[in-house]
Design a protein around this ligand. Structure first.
Ligand code: UD1
Length: 419
């Protein structure tokens, strides 16, 4: 096992860098299955979730290999619609392959998907949507989908689920007629999926808005496609919140934060100085001790992302003043707060509300229990007096590629060690 050893107190200075978004890459790997050809994904991090998704693809006949930071997929020889039992339980995104398999073969079979332990993660919105389009689904120990009778349809989601929206788009691209998905998710990662499939000849419109329309096409092109997904807004947010917690100044291209409106708004209201440096290059100057963040409510995009909630809470622990966070996407996503409390954080939980009164944190030995919760412990370690050890960094590696190196380049004192 590995841990991060962090000496707190160093301010962060320098240029913000980030990889393509994990949550774009995972559905893109799934979507490549529909296309029966080569797809290159640029600026792709070698993170654990991507590696597992590639392994699933290989087990059903596809090829996946890295050339530098380019991921090259070849799905020409995918032969199976049955996902490998051992791997599907490890990541939630295995579920997103179902739509692609239905599009290519008409069938899909898998165990229940895994993923971060951040509360209940049911699959009913996926199943209801597919049933509405004519699929037969049986759920016992495994999920079996028969999509031979899928028809284009209007589907209204009871909640704008990101994965369900992606699954339904992939199921619908080759159906005759027009499929309409109402109350769909609007995340930038859905826009990436639309853009990729449209490069392949699909006719999808509306991604990023409440309603997506998919005009079915007979076939997608199998010609090689090179695609650059949007920058990982959660990675960018984690680095900005790290600097906000400890202080310093970061420089970034405006493109990098174009999908981070809700976070930038919080910074604008929080005694940070954001100034245009040159063209589209900005600087953001953080003062270590400013006000708390007031009330922040997580929600589907464009609201504040649940995937930055733990990092925001850690950052709030470092600022004086009060912050109240209401978690509306995964109401139980607060298990990491116990570890922050060991470091001296003043946190109260009431149902899906988290109240933080900022103060001093001290170094401690803590354990990451999930991906973003783990990132919040790293932020706390960057601020804390003395040395912090964050154990079980495998969780953090699921979504951040060499986080310790990116932070070190910005001036943090953090190293990886075996234990
Ligand atoms: C995706 C992201 C994840 C992010 C989440 C919310 C990927 C790989 N993961 O996960 O990082 O935290 O969006 O932004 O893209 N729900 C149901 N039934 C369902 C599906 C979801 O009740 O069938 C509920 C979930 O329990 C949760 C909410 O809907 O409360 C949102 O989940 P969803 O948007 O589906 O998240 P994922 O696609 O799994």
């Amino acid at each position: 096992m590995e841990k991060f050893v962090i000496s707190g107190g160093n301010k962060l200075y320098g240029k913000l860098t980030a990889n393509s978004a994990k949550n774009s890459i995972l559905p893109l790997i799934a979507a490549s299955i529909i296309c029966e050809g080569v797809t290159e994904i640029e600026n792709c991090p070698k993170i654990k979730d991507v590696i597992i998704m590639c392994e699933i693809l290989r087990k059903i006949g596809g090829k996946a290999e890295f050339s530098g930071d380019k991921l090259i997929l070849d799905t020409t020889d995918v032969f199976s619609w049955e996902l490998p039992t051992d791997l599907t339980g490890e990541i939630r995104a295995s579920l997103f392959i179902v739509g692609a398999l239905l599009s290519r073969f008409g069938y899909a079979l898998m165990q229940f998907p895994g993923g971060c332990k951040i509360g209940e993660r049911p699959v009913d919105i996926h199943i209801d949507g597919l049933r509405c389009m004519g699929a037969t689904v049986t759920c016992s120990d495994e999920l079996v989908f028969n999509g031979k009778n899928l028809k284009s349809q209007t589907v209204t989601l009871r909640f704008p689920s990101v994965g369900a929206t992606e699954n339904l788009i992939m199921s619908a691209v080759k159906l005759k007629g027009k499929t309409v998905i109402k109350n769909c998710a609007k995340e930038p990662e859905i826009v990436d999926l639309q853009n990729y499939l449209n490069m392949r000849g699909a006719k999808i419109s509306g991604a990023g808005k409440d309603v997506i329309e998919i005009e079915g096409v007979d076939k997608l092109s199998s010609k090689k496609v090179s695609f650059t997904p949007s920058i990982d807004r959660i990675e960018v947010g984690t680095l900005l919140l790290s600097a906000s917690a400890v202080g310093g100044e970061l420089e970034f291209d405006g493109e990098m934060v174009k999908n981070s409106y809700s976070l930038m708004k919080i910074f604008e209201n929080n005694a940070c100085k954001i100034y245009n440096n040159n063209g589209n290059i900005y600087n953001i100057e953080f003062k270590r001790r400013s006000l708390g963040f007031g009330k922040v409510v997580t929600g589907p995009y464009p609201d504040f992302p649940t995937d930055l909630q733990p990092q925001l809470v850690a950052c709030a622990c470092a600022h004086t003043g009060l912050t109240a966070v209401e978690e509306k996407v995964f109401p139980e996503r607060f298990s990491y707060t116990e570890q922050l409390q060991l470091m001296g954080a003043n946190i109260d939980l009431y149902k899906n509300l988290c109240l933080v009164e900022g103060g001093n944190l001290h170094g401690e030995s803590v354990v990451a229990g999930d991906l973003r919760g783990g990132a919040s412990l790293v932020i706390a370690g960057l601020v804390a007096d003395g040395e912090t050890q964050v154990k079980n960094v495998g969780h953090i590696d699921r979504g951040y590629y060499k986080l310790e190196e990116k932070l070190t380049r910005l001036g943090a004192k953090i190293r990886r060690e075996r234990y």
